[in-house]
Design a protein around this ligand. Structure first.
Ligand SMILES: C[S@@+](CC[C@H](N)C(=O)[O-])C[C@H]1O[C@@H](n2cnc3c(N)ncnc32)[C@H](O)[C@@H]1O
Length: 245
């Protein structure tokens, strides 16, 4: 019987207007221009607020803080881009290790850091897949932030990266960031970079969700192109009894 699928045989179907390469990367310099001046991500703000609230509660109750005081809170920002989240943490007094593999990211993140904060910012130029072996990073962090970054990890290396995140976030510390869902338009480019809801929930065994938002909609991407989005926005707290380095 004749079929009509010759153009697709053996090939992964492409999304309608792909801005991603077959390697699941895009022109990040163009992306940085498009997002320049944008505010910090909501997930980062929620996580930072939760730390602040925890500290205020402890102060109100005249107890020692359960986590570090603001000045000594440590955050790692994976795939930091132009540094919009790193800069907010610096403004709030955090010590920040911002990391990305793109040279323009380094220029933006260091160049646009809030005045007087450079002593609390370390830029680590690295692929995220190499972070577990990177001696420049702290062994323990209060927060690992990864806004719209982890989907770009090589899927073969993702399990190692996630284990490192779990080892590095102290018990009671937090993760903030996004995962792309299995119904997202880009799933056809690299399905292994997309998670079902159940897979995301499984990943966070040993964590408590403080914010879990599943968004599925037709909307604009950073460059103004229409795209079908399926995204999980997450803030999670590492269980106090969780495994730690
Ligand atoms: C969608 S942008 C997000 C940037 C920033 N976190 C934000 O929310 O605006 C993804 C970032 O991940 C970086 N990235 C992509 N693949 C990477 C990899 N394998 N290792 C390190 N960084 C990577 C890109 O350079 C880019 O800055």
């Amino acid at each position: 019987m004749a079929t009509n699928d010759q153009s697709n045989s053996g090939q992964v179907p492409q999304p309608r207007r792909s801005t991603l390469s077959a390697e699941y990367q895009r022109d990040w310099t163009e992306y940085y221009s498009a997002v320049a001046g944008k505010p910090p991500r909501d997930t980062l703000l929620k996580a930072a607020d939760l730390f602040d609230q925890g500290q205020n509660q402890n102060q109100d109750q005249n107890q020692s803080p359960g986590g570090a005081a603001t000045a000594s809170r440590h955050a790692i920002d994976i795939g930091c881009g132009v540094g919009r989240d790193s800069h907010e943490l610096l403004r709030r007094g955090w010590r920040v290790w911002a990391t990305d593999f793109n040279d323009d990211s380094q220029r933006h993140t260091i160049g646009a850091a809030p005045p007087g904060t450079s002593g609390r910012l370390t830029y680590v130029a690295s692929a995220m897949e190499e972070l577990p072996a990177n001696p420049q990073l702290p062994r323990v962090a209060d927060l690992i932030n990864a806004s719209f970054a982890l989907p770009f990890c090589n899927p073969e290396k993702f399990a190692d990266l996630w284990r490192w995140i779990e080892r590095t976030v102290r018990p009671g510390g937090r993760f903030a960031g996004q995962f792309f869902g299995d119904r997202d338009e880009w799933a056809c480019i690299r399905p292994k970079s997309h998670f079902t809801r159940a897979q995301v929930e499984e990943l966070f065994h040993g964590w408590a969700f403080e914010h879990f938002e599943e968004v599925e909609k037709e909307g604009d991407d950073a460059m103004g192109n229409t795209k079908y989005h399926h995204v999980f926005h997450i803030v999670a707290r590492r269980d106090t009894g969780a495994e730690h380095a």
